[in-house]
Design a binder for this molecule. Structure first.
Ligand SMILES: [Zn+2]
Length: 414
């Protein structure tokens, strides 16, 4: 028994898609449904790949609207970090479940997460049905050895709970919260354990200045000295990377993930140098960042903001187009992030968008998705052949909202 989507269009042509065992078994104009198939009527819908949110802290849905409109370091140090100290695994679980509802609803099929209690994040992802790379955070405290051991143990717990949709990784928070010794340790452990690395890099100008003052080099060179720049590393933000750093990152094959909406909301004052990175062949992706600092998980909004910001910064409306913006959103601009394409034999991860709604009914679909749509145009989200939403209905959505509200009250942010 499989899943069949009938009468949807793919690149403008009517097709039927059949999935079996989580994989696209057949796709084309003359494909027929099989007896026992779960059938979705795709009339009026376009079949498109899902989005990849390449940097977020999903459980921070709990902090949405809490201590908003404050400078980054005040927001973090005086409000978020003290509240995070009160988090229990169950809070993280329901915060992540709520985030998964929002991502399923707005067409995200996979995300890269870094947050406390990663085993609870992994459990939420498993239950929600999405894919995620769940990274175990590391911040050097008074006892760095203990922090490193805890990150390692957390990685074990994430790995034990995986079904194939969840992968485990390390997340040293940033060069300004993790010392060179721990950075080097992460690079070594990630290589040994074949795990990915996620780290914040050059979000603010001040952290660049501090890095130069403390270590004598800019942040990308500082990470490289610890062995942290490689094809398995995601660098979130990269707003203040200079040309020498972009050359180095291109050479090492690390992926830079831009977070345009969060950068604007936290007023970092700069814009990720996308054209310079693209010209050098830097691997790239796009993320929402956490819902505490965006505050939305609707990646369509980030796609539009990204394209507009880059056009404006370049004084050139042709600086970035809709098709390349969508590639960024689908993880297709990075080998590390790459999401399976819509072909036979690929994992059955896809969306049905309502091609007959006003925003999408006229003109080119790519341009409409980037410049006119929001996540509300998504009707159906399928991951690994499992229907997570259809007709805009997600099983368990109300429970996730209610439980997340209870959790926010328990930790005193509501
Ligand atoms: Zn972040």
């Amino acid at each position: 028994m499989g899943l069949a989507v009938t009468d949807a269009t793919l690149n403008g042509e009517p097709v039927t898609l059949r999935a079996e065992d989580g994989v696209i078994a057949e796709l084309g104009p003359s494909v027929a449904t099989a007896a026992g198939d779960e059938v979705i009527d795709g009339s009026g819908m376009a079949l498109v790949p899902g989005l990849v949110n390449a940097h977020t802290h999903a459980a921070m849905t709990l902090f949405r609207g809490f201590a908003d409109d404050l400078p980054l370091m005040v927001w973090l140090e005086e409000h978020i970090w003290p509240a995070e100290a009160r988090l229990e695994p169950e809070h993280v679980y329901w915060g992540t479940r709520l985030a998964c509802v929002e991502m399923i609803r707005s067409g995200t099929v996979a995300f890269w997460d870094m947050y406390w209690h990663p085993e609870a994040v992994a459990r939420a992802v498993e239950d929600a049905g999405l894919r995620a790379v769940v990274a175990t955070p590391l911040i050097d405290g008074p006892d760095s050895a203990k922090a490193r051991a805890e990150a390692d143990e957390a990685l074990d717990r994430v790995r034990e709970s995986t079904s194939g949709r969840v992968r485990a990784g390390y997340a040293p928070h940033a060069p300004y919260t993790v010392g060179p010794e721990s950075l080097e340790w992460v690079a070594g452990r990630a290589a040994e354990r074949k795990a990915t690395i996620q780290i914040h890099l050059s979000e603010t100008q001040k952290e660049v200045e501090d890095c130069v003052a403390q270590y004598g080099v800019r942040p990308a060179f500082h990470l490289d000295k610890s062995g942290l720049l490689g094809p398995g590393t995601v660098l979130a933000h990269g707003v203040w990377l200079d040309e020498d750093e972009l050359d180095l990152i291109a050479e090492r094959g690390a992926t830079v993930v831009t977070n345009p909406v969060a950068n604007l909301k936290l007023a970092v004052g700069g814009i990720f140098p996308y054209p310079a990175a693209r010209d050098r062949g830097v691997e790239m992706g796009i993320g929402t960042d956490g819902p505490g600092s965006n505050n939305s998980l609707d990646l369509f909004s980030d796609l539009k903001t990204f394209a507009l910001l880059q056009k404006n910064a370049a004084f050139d409306a042709a600086a970035v187009d809709a098709a390349e913006t969508l590639k960024l959103g689908r993880g297709e601009a990075s080998v590390l992030l790459r999401s399976p394409a819509l072909s036979e034999g690929d994992p059955a991860d896809f969306l049905l968008v309502r091609a007959d709604v006003p925003e999408l009914a006229l003109g080119a679909l790519d341009a409409a998705l980037v410049y006119a749509a929001s996540g509300a145009v998504v009707d159906t989200t399928v991951v690994a052949g499992r229907v997570l939403m259809t007709g805009s209905v997600i099983e368990g959505a109300e429970e996730a909202v209610r439980k997340a509200q209870e959790c926010a009250s328990e930790i005193g942010v509501r």
